[in-house]
Design a protein around this ligand. Sequence first.
Ligand code: ARG
Length: 460
Amino acid sequence: MANLWSGRFDSAPNAEVFDFGKSLGVDKRLIDDDLTGSSAWAQALSKAGVLTPTDTDAIVAGLEAVRAAVHADPAMLDRADDEDVHAFVERELVARIGEAGKRLHTGRSRNEQVSVDFRLYLRRRIPMLQRGVVVVVEAMVAQAELAGQATMPSYTHLRRAQPVLVAHVWLSHAAALRRDWDRLETARREADLMPLGSGAIAGTSYAIDTEFLARTLGFSRVTLNSIDTSGDRDFVASFLYACAMCMTRLSRLAEDVILFTSEEFGFFELADEVATGSSLMPQKKNPDPMELVRGKAGRAIGVLAGWLATMKGLPLGYNKDLQEDKALAFSAEDDLAGCLMTSAAVVRTLTPRPAVMRQAASGLLLATEVADYLVGRGLPFRTAHEVSGKVVRDLYEAGRDFSSLDLQNWQRYHPLFEEGVFRAITPEAAVAARLTPQSTGPGPVEAALADTKRWVTKPA
Ligand code: ARG
């Protein structure tokens, strides 16, 4: 079979080896972008006086006809036997318009073509992932609103640390997800450079107006150097990093959801619609979807590490190794999209159990409040910490908590304890005492919720 480069060779390629090098099965996803980039290229050639207006019109119309045909019958791409999506487009174009179609590739290389295609692709697809991040943040907002003034323990070292508002926990995930949105935005900006005009590596000898191409294709800038451009897939690495980081986030969220919906915590009830059962144990209600999110995060990290390893040994310029980028990026994209959707669906449908959470937030984790109470009454913090620690030690040994102490008991530890101690040592008082804007105080959390809701309507 003739391919894009058979002219130089005496014999046909080894069919199995040729098949091994084919990428159409993967890069068919770039079909729309290849057509868009090719149409702009034809117009740039026309502007440079390389193509006649008649040929240009025929090419542009022919490319649109290919687009219509592929949209009507996407399986066309599966039936085709071309080396890659670029070869597919050229063959389909020539089949439709003949001779003029053979002029399209003038002054252009597939090295820059695949770069422009992939950049166009990521530029239009990253916003969909960002939208997915917003949907997860919306689920956090819904849970934060549902939580009202409910309290729960926060954890450090997975040990009860201090009481916090349940809303504060959801908004903490939201705050982190906003960074993920930003990281995707950075990746989108990095993809936003127009590479055409770089040729195979040395540039092109036709008077191509690269600014015109950038404008036509909606790019903000033109790449700086043709050698760099032909072998540059940093933008792919940045995309994979943004995906891996967001997947890492969702994995940590998954871990929280799995723990908090377990019998041991019982802080939330998993909705039936997002849980699975066991074929053997009738009592089981498993969080499979979140376990899968956690599992897929491992893959996302592997994809990033794998891609960096592929790039690290390459000499300057295009090398075929770079063809591997698309399979990795598409799998990262698909996994992230699925995990965002799943996480939002699970979080949105969690039912809180405020009584269980408050109970867990009412024990010895109020020890900091005991110390702060004494500080408020004039004791130096270090001394207050010691007194509180002694109370905790005794209560822990007796299997009791602060609520079991009467005033006499309190005063045995320090004379500064008075009636007010009973009001000060509750989860609600602990939360209300937190004042800084990042803290779990009801005022700061209300402001954070308002800020998050504003962000959801206009993320940036
Ligand atoms: N399929 C190739 C890729 O994805 C397109 C560029 C091919 N260039 C070449 N010189 N073989 O990288």
